[in-house]
Write a protein that binds this ligand. Structure first.
Ligand SMILES: C[S@@+](CC[C@H](N)C(=O)[O-])C[C@H]1O[C@@H](n2cnc3c(N)ncnc32)[C@H](O)[C@@H]1O
Length: 241
């Protein structure tokens, strides 16, 4: 099969999934119907299907990196909460993890998630693994061959319980886990990108990051829905103690 045929097949599979969701939508709750309608309207969902990304969130990382340029050929990346794998697809490409560009240095991507992550050339995945577990953090260190990562990205979110305070508390715990991982594997001068929800706690996390990094910014890419309180904290120039 030619590249175009493979791509077309993938797009039509994705369209089928959406069509299937639309048809079964007839039996869905009003909230589910709203979700399907929003997916059908969303230009980032369409672009993700067209460009063969595993989900629309790819465009968040692409946009943040386009502006802040922390993913470059040769860079080693840890992707926390990697499933289904769109951020890892972006990272693999940007760091030249498959060696597609023979003239550029080759990077490496390690992805971790509680869920299964389908294999991706250029990335090593730890599926069904909890980033908060010390044993999982030790496995990440081993995958980095005892070396360090230049970049840690986290798009992790807890499963929504519907209780805002509880969800916020869990997200804080996840961010603490990412910081603990940074202490173990992030190199001096390294970068951390971490999803958070805007609110009182975000200032506390920002302060915590400011103690560990020289430059901390809040970023909200276009692909992050306006109505969502999701923001990203981008921390650069890690002070390694
Ligand atoms: C928004 S999705 C990530 C999407 C991903 N960035 C992509 O582009 O494909 C958030 C992920 O965080 C994962 N997650 C939540 N808590 C986690 C934990 N303690 N350890 C590892 N992954 C976790 C969830 O299972 C979920 O797959």
């Amino acid at each position: 099969m030619t590249h175009d045929v493979v791509k077309d097949t993938m797009i039509s599979r994705a369209s089928c999934r959406l069509f299937h969701s639309t048809v079964t939508c007839l039996r869905k709750t009003p909230a589910e119907k709203r979700w399907v309608a929003r997916q059908l309207r969303d230009p980032f969902v369409k672009a993700a299907q067209r460009e063969n990304y595993r989900c629309r969130s790819a465009f968040k990382l692409l946009e943040i990196n386009e502006k802040h340029k922390f993913l470059r050929p040769g860079v080693k990346v840890v992707d926390c909460g990697a499933a289904p794998g769109a951020w890892s697809q972006v990272a693999v490409h940007q760091v030249n993890a498959t060696g597609a560009n023979p003239e550029a240095p080759v990077g490496f991507v390690v992805g971790v998630d509680l869920l299964h992550i389908s294999p991706l050339p250029g990335a090593a995945f730890l599926s069904r693994s909890d980033i908060l577990e010390p044993d999982v953090q030790a496995r990440i260190q081993r995958l980095l061959l005892g070396g360090e990562a230049h970049v840690i990205v986290s798009d992790m979110a807890p499963n929504a319980s519907g209780i805002r305070e509880l969800d916020q508390e869990r997200l804080v715990e996840l961010c603490r886990g990412v910081l603990c991982l940074a202490e173990k594997v992030l190199c001096a001068g390294g970068t951390l990108l971490c999803k958070f929800w805007d609110g009182a706690e975000s200032n506390l996390l920002r302060n915590r990051l400011t103690e560990a990094f020289r430059d901390v910014k809040t970023v909200k890419p276009l692909a992050s829905r306006k109505e969502s309180s999701e923001i990203y904290l981008l921390a650069k120039h890690y002070y390694k103690h």
